[in-house]
Design a protein around this ligand. Sequence first.
Ligand code: CA
Length: 228
Amino acid sequence: MRAKILIVEDENDIGSFMVRTLNRKGFNAIRAETGKEALRLVELEKPEVILLDIMLPDIDGFEICKRVSRQHPEISIIMVTARGEDVDKIRGLELGADDYIIKPFNPMELIARIKAVIRRTNKPDNSNEVVIGPLRIDYNCRQVYKNGVVLDLTPREFCLLKVFVNNLNKALTRDEILNWVWGEDYIGDTKTVDVHVRRLREKIEDDPSHPKYIETVWGKGYLFRKGD
Ligand code: CA
């Protein structure tokens, strides 16, 4: 299984160069050009490592680093910086970054840093499949099974389930879900979320009117419960 690396870089030349280089070296590289898109891909794609540029057009890299390390401490973050003052800030702040690298960098050095943070986290690589009770989610084939029977999920329902499974036992607001599954530019309201949650419940729950997995959190949104 190839480690998934999220590259957050707004400059096209550098960004596409990094994607090409990492893919050639056996990683599965994906890219976000803005902070908002980065936060969305974190929830959807669950990368193992994020290469995080600091100067972005919307949310800066420091803020993204803070949010991601709080929400997903299992993801390693390497800050990518061009300036000396940024380096001081990375060193000085408790941001939760694992490492940093200064632009311009040698691709071989970047790869060495990525391999080092992956080694340090040293977790078993089972990210291509998640099993929750009778549900089995196969990320490679984008298929969901219940008691061994494949469920007929639309791509949007699959994304929604992914976001829930990546945030087990955390209450998510309808706005968060809307942004992560549909994207910031989606014109529509949070009723869309309710409709899709209802359809997903009909497919995965034993009794959709008494859901065991997707709970409604009053005044907030939804939570995917992982019982033991
Ligand atoms: Ca930049």
